[in-house]
Design a binder for this molecule. Structure first.
Ligand SMILES: *[C@@H]1O[C@H](CO)[C@@H](O)[C@H](O)[C@H]1NC(C)=O
Ligand SMILES: *[C@@H]1O[C@H](CO)[C@@H](O)[C@H](O)[C@H]1NC(C)=O
Ligand SMILES: *[C@@H]1O[C@H](CO)[C@@H](O)[C@H](O)[C@H]1NC(C)=O
Ligand SMILES: *[C@@H]1O[C@H](CO)[C@@H](O)[C@H](O)[C@H]1NC(C)=O
Ligand SMILES: *[C@@H]1O[C@H](CO)[C@@H](O)[C@H](O)[C@H]1NC(C)=O
Length: 688
């Protein structure tokens, strides 16, 4: 039977077993009073990929008072693959001051601004500079969307700025765009959505702890506007707007921010029942946020030796609201005094005695804690905010541990009512991250950590053995794997800062990226042994970080003294450069500087499927997950057979060649034995 004739064959048997995976209906905990979605520059309404309807803003009732000549509608000349049609492909360009007036109910609103700095007709987008105000607040000043997007790591094509502005009684919400002299302003989309009154502003009866200059209390009321900087589902996966509690907030996983030297463990149990309360109502954060956590680990001795630490890049000269979401759902934690920990924010003790069970009053009861932090102006306009957790083990407690479920960081307007920071300088001038505390671990402690990692149930570092299988070349695969297994569980201790403004998956590009040997040396600390995660006849495999530490990658360095790898090196680049599918492991790039043959792959956090099936310390995979993995692998193979330019036969499908990422997405890997099917080949050769 030919697979060409029956392309669905992989999935048919599996899909009908999964009626419950699709079409899950859920009721939202909050229904916004105001919801405005404006597709700027569009003439009619259209639906975005997430199913929401956006109105075009031509002849819009929201811009009555501007002269005809103040603005015009444009369509982007090119659509970046990562950018959706709605609302990004059309823009309104402003030649002079322009105000949108939104009649909304009083109360706090999310204002989300969508920017796609692309080419619009003959306009040079890098010349666009403008200011933006919302009622009395300054949101942007002499702002360049082009520079902003250029500075983001990993690279993105578009971005969203999110603000919280309170609209007073009898007031409207005015958004005023003011182009800088001899420049122009633009916007692609505007979203306005209301929220519960006291969701973020705690009011004047509830001062917040202030890690600032003088006073130790901060009154955050609704006269202060906020700009969202980070919103993370710690220990969990990305949550898109539709899965928020009704306000369409997106939550990103925390992997790009956790200090890579010691990532602890994550748990996402399948069946937690979160007990929301009056103080923490269901709209505060979705179940997925409170139902996953990152914790230090099962070993108290080890936990006492390190801090669970996250780093965030922020602008200096502002106050920040740091909201930490907690929910202790581990069944063995039943009372207060069991797990108590310190919370340090930028070296200051925000909490010496965080006892979540004491604060919440019970298992699976969620809560959040707010802190306000002053970030003074330093030598650079960009600074780092560091959050660290450490066990407080002073009395005889059951466990030395610490954990976190979610986190939000907002910038607060300054006393002049402004949230605007200077634009990032162009990349060349951007300073290296400032000296960050290095993780100091003595040799014997190292082994300690390594053991933990090997035994880890969900740990993000687990990937390791997989990378080996993946990289081992066909001829020597089995032998090398056995040999290298012991060596493979090394822990990359060297410190790496992962700062990233917006997380974006690595976009497929038609050509792989070419790295210089210098970049590879930076990514691996000059091929430091600490970074080795596998080795074989071909050479070593390193875990590395590219894009200023924002992106973990697996780096395979072929031993150039052996001629063995040369052909595979080329084949792998040629084949993988053409293949782009969520269910195939992607090649990010390569380095072919003189004497070097280096391949850079996306890093797969959960290892091979085999690691989860046989002789494993991992928990048994639930059936649903097994089926999802089967379907994912089937999709990858189906793409190879039908979706690529030339059909490809993998020829080596097995559980060690199916890799699993941190979101449990299965990806097919290892094309060492794969073959292109010549166009003239009769169909039946495609049959497996
Ligand atoms: C602002 O906060 C005050 C005090 O909490 C409250 O009385 C008032 O209704 C709020 N105003 C709006 C527009 O939400
Ligand atoms: C805006 O930024 C540009 C480029 O950095 C600069 O040349 C210009 O002077 C700035 N304008 C104002 C009003 O600050
Ligand atoms: C944190 O404290 C350590 C030692 O107490 C100090 O060396 C370091 O510079 C401090 N870092 C910051 C950001 O204040
Ligand atoms: C944890 O962080 C705090 C505050 O930055 C610091 O004082 C302490 O030394 C750190 N502990 C360890 C074990 O790194
Ligand atoms: C934010 O701006 C408003 C209005 O300008 C001001 O009243 C308020 O104090 C500012 N907030 C902070 C935290 O400075």
């Amino acid at each position: 039977m030919s697979l060409r004739d029956h392309p669905g064959i992989y999935l048919v048997l599996l899909l009908h077993l999964l009626p419950s995976v699709t079409g899950i209906k859920k009721s939202l905990s909050y229904t916004p009073v105001d919801l405005i979605l404006l597709d700027c520059g569009a003439s009619s309404s259209s639906t975005s990929l997430d199913g929401r309807t956006w109105d075009g803003d031509a002849d819009s009732k929201f811009h009555a008072s501007n002269p005809e000549t103040a603005s015009s509608a444009f369509t982007a000349s090119q659509q970046d693959p990562s950018v959706t049609q709605v609302p990004y492909m059309t823009a309104r360009i402003f030649q002079s001051q322009f105000t949108y007036t939104f009649p909304v109910s009083p109360g706090p609103k999310f204002v989300r601004l969508y920017f796609y700095p692309a080419t619009y007709s003959n306009l040079d987008i890098s010349k666009s500079r403008f200011s933006l105000s919302a009622n009395t607040y300054t949101l942007l000043n002499n702002f360049s969307a082009f520079l902003t997007v250029s500075a983001m790591k990993p690279s993105v094509a578009s971005f969203i700025k999110e603000y919280i502005i309170t609209v007073w009684d009898n007031q409207k919400l005015d958004l005023t765009f003011s182009p800088s002299p001899s420049s122009f302003a633009f916007i692609n989309g505007i979203e306005i959505i209301s929220m519960p009154n006291n969701l973020y502003a705690s009011g004047n009866n509830n001062p917040l702890p202030y890690l600032g200059i003088d006073s130790n209390q901060f009154y955050l009321d609704n006269t202060t506007a906020l700009e969202k900087f980070y919103r993370l589902n710690v220990g969990g996966q990305d949550i898109n707007g539709n899965d928020d509690t009704g306000m369409h907030r997106t939550w990103l996983q925390d992997l790009n921010y956790i200090f890579s030297g010691a990532v602890g463990f994550v748990i996402v149990p399948p069946d937690v029942k979160i007990q929301y309360t009056m103080k923490t109502p269901a709209y505060t954060a979705p179940v997925m946020v409170y139902g996953s956590m990152r914790f230090m680990g099962p070993d108290s001795h080890l936990n006492l030796k390190y801090n669970l630490t996250w780093y965030f890049s922020i602008d200096a000269g502002f106050n920040y609201l740091v909201r930490l979401h907690f929910c202790e759902f581990r069944p063995e934690e039943t009372r207060s005094d069991q797990v108590v920990f310190y919370i340090f924010i930028n070296n200051q003790t925000a909490e010496p005695y965080a006892d979540i069970m004491l604060w919440s009053g019970g298992n699976s009861v969620p809560l959040y804690k707010d802190y306000v932090l002053w970030i003074p102006k330093g030598s650079h306009s960009k600074q780092y905010l560091c959050l660290a957790l450490h066990p407080n083990f002073d009395k005889k407690r059951t466990y030395a541990d610490a954990f976190l479920n979610g986190l939000e960081i907002f910038k607060l307007n300054n006393s002049g009512g402004s949230l605007a920071s200077p634009c990032p300088e162009l990349l060349a001038g951007s300073p290296p991250p400032e000296n960050l505390p290095k993780l100091k671990v003595k040799t014997n402690e190292k082994r300690f950590l390594v053991v933990i990692v090997v035994g880890s149930v969900f740990g993000g570092m687990l990937a390791l053995s997989l990378v080996i299988c993946f990289f081992a070349f066909k001829q020597r695969r089995v032998k090398d794997f056995e040999k290298s297994e012991a060596k493979s569980f090394r822990f990359p201790f060297s410190h790496t800062l992962r700062s990233s403004v917006t997380k974006a998956s690595l976009r497929p590009s038609n050509t792989s990226r070419r790295f210089s040997i210098f970049e590879i040396e930076v990514a691996t600390s000059k091929f430091d042994d600490e970074f080795v995660i596998g080795s074989g006849g071909f050479g070593n495999v390193y875990k590395g970080f590219i894009d200023d530490g924002a992106t973990p990658v697996a780096i395979k360095r072929l031993d150039s003294s052996s001629r063995q790898g040369t052909r595979e090196f080329r084949t792998e680049i040629d084949m993988l450069s053409e293949l782009h599918n969520p269910h195939l492991v992607s090649l990010i790039g390569y380095c072919d500087d003189p004497g070097e043959m280096i391949l850079v792959y996306e890093y797969m956090h959960r290892g091979t499927l085999r690691d989860h099936l046989y002789k494993t310390r991992n928990p048994p995979l639930p059936w649903k997950r097994r089926l999802e993995i089967c379907i994912g692998a089937a999709r990858g193979l189906y793409y190879l057979h039908t979706g690529a330019k030339h059909p490809i036969i993998h020829r080596d499908v097995k559980s060690t060649n199916i890799l699993i990422d941190e979101n449990w997405v299965a990806k097919v890997s290892d094309f060492g034995l794969s073959r292109w099917v010549p166009p003239a080949t009769p169909k039946r050769t495609l049959a497996l």
